[in-house]
Design a protein around this ligand. Structure first.
Ligand code: GCU
Length: 602
């Protein structure tokens, strides 16, 4: 057993660094875990910016910040005297002229820092959408691609006592070989969209750890601790004072320590979101976390939480605060969105279609809401283009690395509605296997919407499901696809008959306040029409034998440039159960009543 664990740990270590090194010549490091518990100096606030629609800043090398030395030195750029933008936050919602901007914005921030001898300093970004080149004092630290996962650079050697200048080149242009690709049904909010922190550590510190229950166990923790620095062979302990756990182990020459202990845990669940104060200690560092312990698994066609069958009463959420019509980034944004989800009667949120900010994950866990965590391998992806599968791999690792100790996270989802092709299947099968190697404790899936619907029979035929733990599919019967008979008579024909089914999306659009009778000419956009879709869907749910969860699309109306009907959409996707002002549409009450009717033990 010990060898198997060490082998797994080694896989983890090798896979992390191999995927990174094959990515960029200068790449960001994978972020240290549990940033909130670190010694952070926050760089949020006003940053100076240069808006650069033509990319002139690249050949002018604006990060060098050249200053005129003589009268005839005409330097045709400057951060000084330019506009300021708030960080964190998308830039589109902060300046009218940036509303639909897709291009480069240069950000600048200066800071002083007195780094004591023997300490180390890191520059950490919660996320930048989409491409980030990061410079410190005129020199490139490195690059990161991907708009929804954290990254960092060590700046111990580069930081000066006074007058340090960070310049970040942010570019949110959509890329054919990007993840997501060129087309997606949400707004392309660009910018430094999440917190920026300086993190000071000891010379040898606790860089990462995984402390969760072993698969199928309710009392055994199987994990690891990873040190970083030049003193890697240390004694390491895991303390849980409330349980009188004081587990001791040692790290090996790579700084890797196996963790394996048992205790009698109060298991985390929506009804009892118990989190324990866990203290991870080495000889040179201490990190405190609040960790829940629970078991999530499938047995045949059911999903089990802590050994009891559970029905996922879900809701899809985009990372957007509709009240501000902007990218959500703060704990208060998370509280608004998750309070609505709770009020709706949900026990799970699907954070579509990309990892949301860490406030959402941590608050959901505290509120007892399970989380479906997903990377934006969305619809048109160029699987065969060079580097695309590396990008998918890196994004998956960054998501798993950040959230793997959050017991609220029960599902890793590795794609949504990608088109059937051999390239796609191979890429997703490989990625699913790698994800399972990194974390065997959670359910892994991808959302496929490859169904046939004929003679009121819905056939789910994609064999890719064989590689996933659940069958998760999006169906829009009653909206994109007219019913072919009474909803309660729909027959489901599944190619994989031995797995739980979760309907990961359904719904339809309604403009809040458009109240027409179902017969009127604009019925398609009325609240009554949306309400009828929910009534019919609920009628159908009752006939699906192995249905273990539903997840309507979605909580609130959200910005999407492709939704262009000038009256009903006006640049918004109106499938929300809430309007963009938080008004409850009629369908809200149908879903709420349905969830209340399900006597889940949680
Ligand atoms: C798709 C997709 C969503 C999209 C939704 C819609 O299923 O997964 O991202 O917004 O349908 O058409 O509104």
């Amino acid at each position: 057993m010990k060898n198997k664990v060490i082998k797994l740990l080694a896989i983890w270590g090798v896979l992390i660094f191999s995927s990174l090194s094959s990515f960029n010549s200068i790449f960001a490091q994978s972020a240290m875990t549990n940033v909130p518990a670190r010694h952070c100096i926050n760089l949020n606030g006003k940053w100076q910016v240069i808006i650069d629609p033509t990319g002139a800043g690249d050949w002018r090398q604006v990060w060098q910040e050249k200053k005129p030395e003589k009268k005839t030195d005409f330097i045709e750029y400057s951060f000084e005297g330019g506009p300021l933008l708030n960080v964190p936050g998308d830039f589109n919602s902060q300046m009218t002229e940036l509303k639909y901007f897709e291009g480069t914005v240069w950000y600048k921030k200066t800071f002083d820092y007195n780094l004591d001898k023997g300490k180390r300093l890191f520059l950490h970004f919660g996320a930048v959408n989409y491409l980030a080149n990061v410079y410190l004092n005129g020199n490139l630290l490195g690059k990161h691609e991907g708009g929804f996962t954290p990254f960092q650079f060590e700046i111990t050697k580069e930081v000066k006592k006074g007058g340090n200048t960070i310049v970040v080149r942010v570019n949110n242009q959509r890329l054919k070989d990007g993840i997501p690709g060129l087309g997606y049904d949400w707004f392309n909010w660009g910018g430094i969209t999440r917190d920026v922190n300086l993190i000071e550590t000891e010379n040898s510190f606790i860089n990462d750890y995984f402390i969760q229950l072993k698969k199928h166990s309710y009392n055994e923790v199987l994990g690891w601790v990873k040190l970083n620095g030049n003193n890697l062979y240390q004694s390491v302990s895991i303390k849980i004072p409330e349980l009188k756990v004081d587990y001791k182990t040692r790290s090996n020459s790579e700084g890797l320590a196996e963790v394996k202990f048992t205790s009698k845990f109060k298991l985390w669940s929506p009804g009892n979101p118990k989190l324990y104060n866990v203290i991870i200690e080495s000889e040179t560092d201490t990190v405190t976390d609040y960790i829940g312990f629970r078991s999530i698994e499938t047995r045949g066609t059911k999903i089990y939480l802590n050994g009891n069958p559970v029905f996922l009463k879900g809701i899809n959420i985009h990372e957007e605060n509709p009240l501000r019509a902007a990218r959500a980034f703060s704990e208060s944004d998370a509280l608004i969105l998750l309070t609505w989800a709770k009020e709706l009667g949900c026990n799970m949120v699907r954070l579509a279609h990309y990892p949301h900010n860490e406030y959402m994950i941590r608050l959901a866990e505290k509120m007892g809401i399970m989380v479906w965590d997903e990377i934006p391998v969305y619809q048109q992806i160029e699987f065969s283009a060079p580097g695309v599968t590396d990008k998918m791999d890196l994004m998956m690792r960054e998501m798993v690395s950040r959230d793997k100790n959050r017991s609220g996270v029960i599902i890793w989802s590795l794609s949504n509605e990608t088109n059937t092709s051999p390239g796609r299947d191979n890429a997703l099968i490989t990625l699913t296997d790698k994800c399972r190697h990194l974390d065997s404790t959670r359910l892994i899936t991808s959302v496929i919407n490859n169904q046939d619907y004929k003679n009121n029979i819905l056939s789910v035929v994609d064999t890719l499901y064989r590689h996933f733990d659940i069958i998760s599919l999006n169906e829009y019967l009653g909206w994109y696809v007219p019913w072919q008979g009474p909803a309660r008579n729909v027959k489901w024909n599944l190619v994989c008959k031995d797995k739980p089914i979760v309907i990961s999306e359904f719904g339809g659009e309604a403009l809040y306040g458009s109240n027409y009778g179902p017969k009127d000419e604009a019925a398609f956009w009325s609240e009554e029409y949306q309400e009828q879709i929910y009534k019919d869907q609920v009628a159908m749910f009752g006939t699906i034998t192995d249905l273990c969860g539903v997840c309507p699309w979605l909580l609130a109306d959200y910005r999407s440039s492709g939704r262009m009907h000038p009256v009903y959409q006006n640049g918004w996707n109106r499938k929300g159960l809430l309007s963009d002002r938080g008004d409850k549409k009629k369908a809200w009450y149908i879903l709420k009543a349905y969830y209340e009717s399900i006597n889940n033990i949680y």
